[in-house]
Ligand binder design. Sequence first.
Ligand code: FES
Length: 135
Amino acid sequence: MTTLIASTDEIPDNGSYLFTVEEADGNLEEVILVSLSDGVSAWKNFCQHETDQRLDRGNGAAMRNGEIICPKHGSMFDAESGYCDNGKAAGSTLAEVDISVRHGQIYLTDEDLEFRHEGGIDDDDGPSSTSHLQF
Ligand code: FES
């Protein structure tokens, strides 16, 4: 199923757009969208060094020069490839999520994931929840 997540305008230039998906086994997982110089990428919202460490803790991931910075030990992941060549997470790559972008709209196309809601797992009933089209 292809689900509309957000429009490209909703991704902060310096930060990330957080949303929650459901995996095939029913587990909820957070995903971040980040802006690239010529597109958008999507990653599971956890560091590869300690996988319980979120990159975006609800206020957008820290970004600098096209890299996503882990808030715990400061490893930097390339926002385009997800690869990290520094610090504690050196040699690892963020877990990628399949999306597509058409006419400024970002769609979840990952067959193993279903869109649940905007924001983090705990934000289910939050004021920022909005309904999203599914088709
Ligand atoms: S938890 Fe991310 S670098 Fe250590």
